[in-house]
Ligand binder design. Sequence first.
Ligand code: ADP
Length: 487
Amino acid sequence: TYKQMDSFKWLLNKAYVNGKWISAENGETFEVTNPATGEVLGSVPDMNGSDTESAIKTAYVAFRSWKERTAKERSELMLRWTNLCNAHKEDLAKLITMENGKPLKDSMAELSYGVGFLELYAEEAKRVYGDIIPTNAKSRRLLVLKQPIGVCGMITPWNFPHAMITRKAAAAIAAGCSVVIKPAEDTPLSALALCQLAEEAGLPAGVLNVVTVSRDNAPDVGRTLCESPLVQHISFTGSSAVGKCLLSQSASTVKKTAMELGGNAPFLVFESADLEAAVKGVIACKFRCSGQTCVSANRIYVQEGIYDKFVTRLAEEMDNELRTGDGLQPGTTQGPLINQRAVQKIDSFVQDAIQHGARLVRGGSKGQGNFYYPTLLSEVTSQMMCAREEIFGPIAGVLRFKTEDEAVIMANDTQWGLAGYLFSRDHSQIWRVTERLEAGIVGVNEGVVPCPEVPLGGWKESGLGREGGKYGIDEFLELKYVCMGGL
Ligand code: ADP
């Protein structure tokens, strides 16, 4: 169990602010449970707006000295942090599996991805170049400086308890910012483990702060971060409803924001595709982390000529590849959903689809506790809930299309635009469709495309800004135009 994990046992019951392991001012706590077993893993402080105010003040003080360090110093500390995370990879992965439920293999993949951001931004810290612009007058020189924006507030989701923190915080810290993070209430332990390793690496007090907060206190803490004049940037990954709320709260202080919100990813399989590759692509894209990723395939469109064969092959591959169980057991590919709220939502989508004429090919039932069996529905139509809303669970709903034009129009017929996928071997078709898809991320003949080196983010209502790669650090930098006159 968690308590037996040598490296992290002393984290229990505390949050991390100003380089100290602390309780909430009022002493309140909340429990963290394993979604696979219901076991209580531990308790963490239930902090509120007032605790968050203190953390922000601390971060502001830390920011003033952190930004004065040289890029190389920041880079070296971050590389040490990277190495420590690598050294504790197995334990960090187990921790993810225990609080999130995803299979150990997926947790290890998350670790590689997440630590990849630490490494990348440790390197990028040294590459924040300004510009010298050709002058418009002999007596002047025109320069552009890039400087860290300030204290950054971050609110992160439970589906990638480690990587969604490193993706944001590593970029901000590399830029010279300090951060106050509110991790999801389901998965605060991975965030705290990252703090422990940052402390061991020698990151100065107050640069990285984690306030742990229950669902009940989340609105208060969110508002405090968004409305504080000391916070200059808000970065959020989560549902569109919460993102819109944070965006409007941030308006009061004209904060820069980065929002990665919901998706409704289309996955197009053309008659020109390698059908076996497309089936494997769906297994990876749809069922990784039980479909609980922002870029999971949500609407699988298959061209009519290969529709029946595709559904048959996908069902067979699901039988062969997917094993539901406790994520710590070897061989498990499908862990539990995060909580009962998620199970109820998934089940209502399946019932809605069946009532409206979809055919249940596999699954469609709840298991014990938070488990839901991988489900395949064919004859899905655009009106069904599972095609209109983000599923965030293990339902593969397959829709039918006739022409390329029709497929693209249906794919784009949504307010979201995070990811899109297409499988085809026709090169002109690949270019045509890729360019027409309204999405920030496109996978061509690939089901799993995110990696630390690339810009990740959405079009339309799926978000603002980009995380990852060289683009991700710009989020946390302000430009300063300097006109040097009298020369
Ligand atoms: P989900 O429904 O998948 O949990 P959310 O968008 O609700 O997605 O959660 C993402 C993050 O947003 C979590 O850290 C959660 O605690 C936080 N959150 C939820 N509601 C609010 C709110 N009103 N204000 C600020 N943060 C919130």
